[in-house]
Design a protein around this ligand. Structure first.
Ligand SMILES: CC(C)(COP(=O)(O)OP(=O)(O)OC[C@H]1O[C@@H](n2cnc3c(N)ncnc32)[C@H](O)[C@@H]1OP(=O)(O)O)[C@@H](O)C(=O)NCCC(=O)NCCS
Length: 159
C-alpha cells in the first residue's frame, strides 16, 4: 500500500471505534444538555424545556426504559431510548456534533443487532414531517410508514 493511501485511511473515520453502552448516572448532565438543546427540542415530540431536577426524576422513575449511550471515537456522542412496553424508540445526537454527517446512521445501525439479541420484535417511531434526516434514516433502515398526519409520520419495523 502506498504511504499516501495509509495516510488517507489514518486521517479518515475508517478506523474510528463506534459502540453503544448502557447509560449511567455519569451521563446525566451531558444527556440533559443534549436533550434540552434548542436543536434537539425542536425535533422532539414534546418540545417543552424542562429542569435538571425533572431530568433526574425521569432517570429515577424509568428503570425499565432501555437507555443506551452511543460512543464515537471513544467519546459520548448520542443516546437511544427504547420503551419495551409501548415499543417506541427515540434518539438524539450531541447537537455540537451536528456538522459531522453520518453519525445518526452509525448509531441506529448499531442498535439493530442489539435489539435482536434482546428479542425486541417491533420498533415504532413518531417523526415530525420536517425532520428529514430522521425520516431518511427510518426509510434506510427499512421502517414502514403506518400512519401520517399533518405534523408527523408513524413508522414501524418488525425485526
Ligand atoms: C436525527 C439525527 C439522529 C440524524 O443524525 P445525522 O447524523 O444528522 O443523520 P445522518 O447524517 O446519518 O443522515 C441520515 C440520512 O438523512 C439524510 N438527510 C439528512 N438531512 C436531510 C434532509 N434535509 N433531507 C433529506 N435527507 C436528509 C442524509 O443524507 C442521510 O442519508 P444517507 O446516509 O443516505 O446520505 C440527528 O439529526 C439528531 O440528533 N436530530 C435531533 C434529534 C432528532 O431529530 N431525533 C429523532 C426524533 S424522531
Amino acid at each position: 500500500m502506498k504511504t499516501s493511501s495509509i495516510e488517507s485511511i489514518l486521517s479518515s473515520d475508517f478506523l474510528v471505534s463506534a459502540s453503544l453502552r448502557p447509560m449511567t448516572d455519569k451521563d446525566l448532565e451531558r444527556v440533559y444538555r443534549w436533550r434540552t438543546d434548542p436543536r434537539t427540542l425542536k425535533r422532539a415530540n414534546d418540545p417543552s424545556d424542562f429542569s435538571f431536577e425533572e431530568h433526574l426524576g425521569w432517570w429515577e422513575n424509568t428503570p425499565k426504559l432501555l437507555k443506551l449511550v452511543f460512543e464515537y471515537g471513544g467519546k459520548p456522542a448520542g443516546v437511544i431510548l427504547y420503551d419495551n412496553e409501548t415499543r417506541y424508540w427515540g434518539f438524539y445526537l450531541n447537537p455540537k456534533n451536528s456538522s459531522r454527517k453520518g453519525l445518526g446512521r452509525i448509531m441506529l445501525s448499531l442498535f439493530m443487532p442489539i435489539a435482536k439479541s434482546l428479542k425486541i420484535k417491533t420498533i415504532k417511531a413518531t417523526v415530525k414531517l420536517d425532520n428529514y434526516a430522521s425520516r431518511a434514516l427510518h426509510e434506510i433502515l427499512g421502517f414502514r410508514t403506518i400512519h401520517f398526519s399533518t405534523f408527523a409520520l408513524e413508522y414501524q419495523k418488525e425485526l
